[in-house]
Design a protein around this ligand. Structure first.
Ligand code: FPP
Length: 243
């Protein structure tokens, strides 16, 4: 019997939306213009993912490390998320998109936390596409929080050290219950993972596209999916033999 090892359609696509600043600089515009136009690319991508039948789309919208950018840029990015939630949630809800936010929520402003909680609650029962927004997210920090939670369970006597499994760790991450990404796309030409979904991307296929994020559209998305489909995923095993 031939075991099918080609990638077919990904169930979960994760995207590092990079290149907003360079897109703006190439046009003599401020970086904020790149981020603003990036929202249009995000809207296109959500629609395309839904049309392509992708189940989970995870986007890296603000990393733990992004706090080190100039204060005006940080403020702009925070405001952009607020505006995106305010303006787009109703439409996303109407089109069956479920929203989930991952990342450290506790150190955000109370009004922001409430807004994110409300968006999640409103869309919780939707099942067309799960949009996972990584906000104030860093994968090492996520693993640290998971480790602390597991250590506390051991300390309280609820968990034995010998009962800690891979599932225990996966279940303590922000992405608990979400399948691992099959495909990670990074725009903007850089080829690195930047503290994004380190545990979860253990077997993800990586596709790096040269276009800057504000130019990302359904055609570029399709090309990345085609590249993924041509890959041979072996998960550490060997290529299936034909008899
Ligand atoms: C990377 O471009 C992009 C970001 C740090 C932010 C991504 C945010 C958006 C696309 C819009 C915001 C979306 C939400 C939901 C708030 P860069 O600034 O690092 O670009 P560069 O590498 O060219 O400098």
């Amino acid at each position: 019997m031939t075991k099918k090892s080609s990638a077919a359609a990904p169930r979960h696509v994760a995207i590092i939306m990079d290149g907003n600043g360079r897109w703006a600089a190439a046009r003599g515009l401020p970086r904020s213009a790149g981020h603003k136009t990036g929202i249009d690319a995000l809207r296109r991508s959500v629609k395309a993912a839904s049309d392509f039948g992708i189940e989970y789309l995870t986007i890296y919208s603000f990393s733990t490390e992004n706090w080190s950018r100039p204060k005006t840029e940080v403020t702009f990015l925070l405001e952009l998320l607020r505006r995106f939630i305010r303006q787009d949630v109703a439409e996303l809800h109407a089109s069956g998109v479920q929203i989930k936010i991952i990342g450290a929520r506790d150190d955000l402003e109370a009004s922001m936390i409430a807004m994110l909680d409300d968006a999640e609650k409103l869309t919780a029962a939707n099942s067309k596409l799960k949009l996972v927004v990584a906000f104030n997210y860093g994968s090492r920090q996520e693993i640290l929080r998971a480790t602390q939670a597991i250590a506390n369970s051991v300390k309280s006597g609820a968990l034995n050290v010998s009962d800690i499994t891979l599932e225990t760790i996966a279940g303590a991450l922000d992405t608990s219950g979400i399948p691992d990404p099959d495909l990670l796309i990074r725009t903007g030409g850089e080829q690195r993972i930047s503290n994004f979904l380190l545990w979860q991307c253990a077997y993800a296929e990586f596709v790096f596209v040269p276009e800057f994020w504000p130019d990302f559209d359904a055609a570029i998305f399709r090309r990345a999916l085609d590249e993924y489909a041509a890959r041979d995923r072996r998960f550490g095993g060997v290529k299936a033999q034909t008899a």
